[in-house]
Write a protein that binds this ligand. Structure first.
Ligand SMILES: C[S@@+](CC[C@H](N)C(=O)[O-])C[C@H]1O[C@@H](n2cnc3c(N)ncnc32)[C@H](O)[C@@H]1O
Length: 210
């Protein structure tokens, strides 16, 4: 089955109308798992229209670098928020424009399935994280995909099972890259908020430095 690549610039104008996730509901989990403090330096990978970065800023006075490879999504994001605490940057996750060991936390929400080369993109995240920094990945598990779509939309289930990496796959991949203390957490909250939050905590040791 060939799955075409997503182009968010085509849907940027109406993305917020169709994206029902409540960033304000989930950002406390990201703050908790990512150990985000007021002075933290945070990277938001695949920020889209920036709802998670804005919610984060309402709870923590962190400095946030929000990257996306769609200029139109970034323009939507920056139009909503001109604060100097969020830096909107056009960049591909496979080649992050940051030095090694910069960030206290890197998070991404519903982005990991878009990476053409997941290993390369997550290696970049690992490189950009400080020693002891945390990476939080929010995604859908295969369990959730099957439960949500199987009954009414079996065709979509098959596509999503192929698109989304499984949690065990991500865990093995992250450990191979060097992430330590990799955990997953079920994060469903209400019956209509079928999201899973996957938290991958990472503590770099000197020997695991790139
Ligand atoms: C489903 S949207 C999620 C947006 C946002 N994180 C949210 O939760 O609302 C996926 C986003 O990832 C971006 N994206 C996909 N592949 C990317 C890549 N390789 N590098 C950077 N951004 C990417 C898309 O342009 C899109 O804005």
């Amino acid at each position: 089955m060939k799955i075409s690549k997503s182009n968010y610039s085509k849907i940027a104008d109406y993305y917020d109308k169709v994206r029902h996730i409540r960033a304000d509901v989930w950002i406390p989990r990201i703050i908790q798992y990512g150990k985000i403090e007021n002075r933290s330096l945070v990277l938001d990978v695949g920020c889209g229209t920036g709802s998670f970065a804005r919610s984060l800023l309402s709870l923590r006075s962190a400095t946030i670098f929000s990257i996306d490879n769609s200029l139109k999504m970034l323009k939507k994001a920056s139009a909503k928020n001109k604060t100097r605490k969020i830096h909107w940057i056009l960049s591909d996750a496979h080649k992050l424009p940051f030095k090694n060991n910069c960030f206290d936390c890197v998070y991404m929400t519903l982005v990991v399935h878009h990476f053409e080369n997941k290993e390369l993109a997550l290696q970049e995240v690992y490189r950009a994280l400080k020693k002891g920094g945390s990476c939080v990945i929010m995604t859908h598990s295969h369990y959730r995909i099957k439960r949500h779509f199987l009954r009414d939309f079996p065709g979509i289930t098959a596509i999503d099972l192929k698109r989304f990496p499984s949690i065990p796959f991500l865990k093995i991949l992250m450990e191979k890259i060097g992430f330590k203390n990799v955990h997953s957490h079920l994060a469903s909250k209400t019956k209509d908020t079928l999201q899973l939050l996957k938290s991958w905590k990472r503590s770099k040791t000197s020997s695991s430095q790139p």
